[in-house]
Ligand binder design. Structure first.
Ligand SMILES: *Cc1c(COP(=O)(O)O)cnc(C)c1O
Length: 423
């Protein structure tokens, strides 16, 4: 597969945009090579600047659960667009989208923002404003966007005090983030016992997608909920999992009881919309009702609300979609395991519903440490072997592959053939 036009443009882009990209993972650093410029999508497929077609397992990193260019979503957006792009005033569609969010999640009030980063950043400010406590807890390998307090990794040794994982994040600020191992209930219980009263909130990915897929253990979910006994707010970051694992996300699927939920990706149906939401008593602290400030010029803008609402209404009106995503996911998982076993490649396939990762290591992969054992050199070859056969897999082993309702059994089978040949 040749990509001369993408190659030339990517080279030129280096002169204008840092690394040629608007978000780092798009630069293919983890896998090498040149990213194709994607210029068209339809259903489960995308086309690049050179006219190559790919079966898409990235789906814009999660939002496109209905596939690309869904006709109903496009027509709703077009209809709204004709009347103007944004007003910076209340709009009927934000009320409708808030109602839809409340049908999906056990929340009373919903505040719309424009990115998942903004949602988690605001939820944490709110948690601190509500509890008057300084510390937050996050887990290694969980990604919650790029706000300062979240670009933090575990300090050395037994310390849980965070250290910056990005230049430009002050150490003093990073120390307010305590970092623990995901799926380590005892570590969490020990920290709560020691410092529970100083912690404002625990933020977590209920199913991790951003370390590759990690599935929460029952005991870990139980330990998370014990935090409430210390007055700690539980923030389920459902930016990736919301409306994907079920209409009510991981909260519905695992019966979680978070104090705050953050949403994004599917919520905007492909346009920039995200939200944080929770029970009235907490959300009432947000301006203009309360003292926690948060605002946005384009927050709740009509186009994003229309795309999100159209997407959620289609999902809600077709509960069979989730059963279908589950079946497609199971087919892909079983097929991958069979091919990899036949070829004698060590592997662990982690999947929940339509989110899946193949780790190239002996399983099980439960913690982030386990995930880091994956053979990234083998992943590179796997990735390029698929790309050259017209399958667009996420360009990093520490990302989830997604299915949409536009994917078919035949698409999955074609993918498995490509995997077989690539291996
Ligand atoms: C994508 C993601 C974010 C960040 O959302 P952006 O819209 O990229 O800022 C936050 N949390 C999780 C779990 C995500 O998957």
């Amino acid at each position: 597969m040749e990509r001369p036009r993408s190659q030339a443009l990517f080279q030129e882009a280096q002169a204008h945009i840092p690394g040629g990209v608007s978000s780092p993972v798009r630069a293919f650093k983890a896998v090498g090579g040149t990213p194709p410029y994607l210029v068209r999508g339809e259903g489960a497929y995308v086309w690049d600047l050179d006219g190559n077609r790919y079966l898409d397992y990235v789906l814009s990193w999660g939002p496109l659960i209905l596939g690309h260019a869904h006709p109903e979503v496009l027509s709703r957006v077009r209809e709204v667009m004709e009347k103007g792009l944004t007003f910076g005033a209340p709009h009927p569609l934000e009320v409708e989208l808030a109602r839809a969010v409340k049908r999906a999640f056990p929340v009373d009030l919903v505040r719309f923002v424009s990115s998942g980063t903004e949602a988690t950043m605001s939820a944490l400010r709110l948690a601190r404003g509500y509890t008057n406590r300084p510390y937050i807890v996050k887990f290694r390998g969980n990604y919650h966007g790029h706000a300062d307090g979240l670009l933090v990794e575990a300090g050395s040794g037994a310390l849980t005090l965070g250290v910056p994982s990005s230049a430009g994040v002050p150490e003093a600020y990073a120390r307010l983030t305590l970092v623990l191992e995901y799926n380590d209930p005892e570590g969490l219980r020990a920290l709560l016992k020691e410092r529970g009263e100083e912690i404002a909130a625990i933020i977590f990915e209920p199913v991790v997608g951003n370390a590759g897929v990690l599935v929460p253990t029952e005991e870990f979910l139980k330990a998370l909920h014990e935090a409430k006994d210390y007055g700690v707010l539980l923030i389920a970051d459902e930016v990736m999992t919301g409306f994907r694992l079920a209409f009510g996300g991981a909260t519905e699927r695992f019966g979680l009881k978070p104090d705050l939920v953050t949403l994004g990706k599917v919520l905007g149906g492909g346009l920039p919309a995200a939200a944080y939401a929770g029970r009235r008593e907490v959300m009432e602290k947000v301006a203009p009702l309360g003292p926690v400030y948060q605002a946005g010029t384009l927050s709740g803008n009509p186009l994003a609300m229309a795309a999100g609402l159209a997407t959620l209404e289609i999902l809600e009106g077709n509960p069979g979609h989730y059963a279908r995503l589950e079946a497609l996911g199971a087919r892909l998982e079983a097929g991958l395991k069979a091919v990899l076993s036949r070829k004698g490649v060590p592997h662990a396939v982690n999947r929940v519903g339509s989110m899946l990762t193949v780790f190239f290591t002996e399983g099980p992969v439960v913690t982030f440490k386990d995930a880091q054992r994956t053979d990234t050199a083998l992943f590179r070859r796997f990735f390029h072997g698929l790309l050259d056969r017209g399958v667009y897999w996420p360009p990093s082993n520490f990302e989830a592959a997604f299915l949409s309702v536009a994917h078919t059994e035949e698409d999955v089978d074609k993918t498995l053939e490509a995997v077989e040949k690539a291996l």
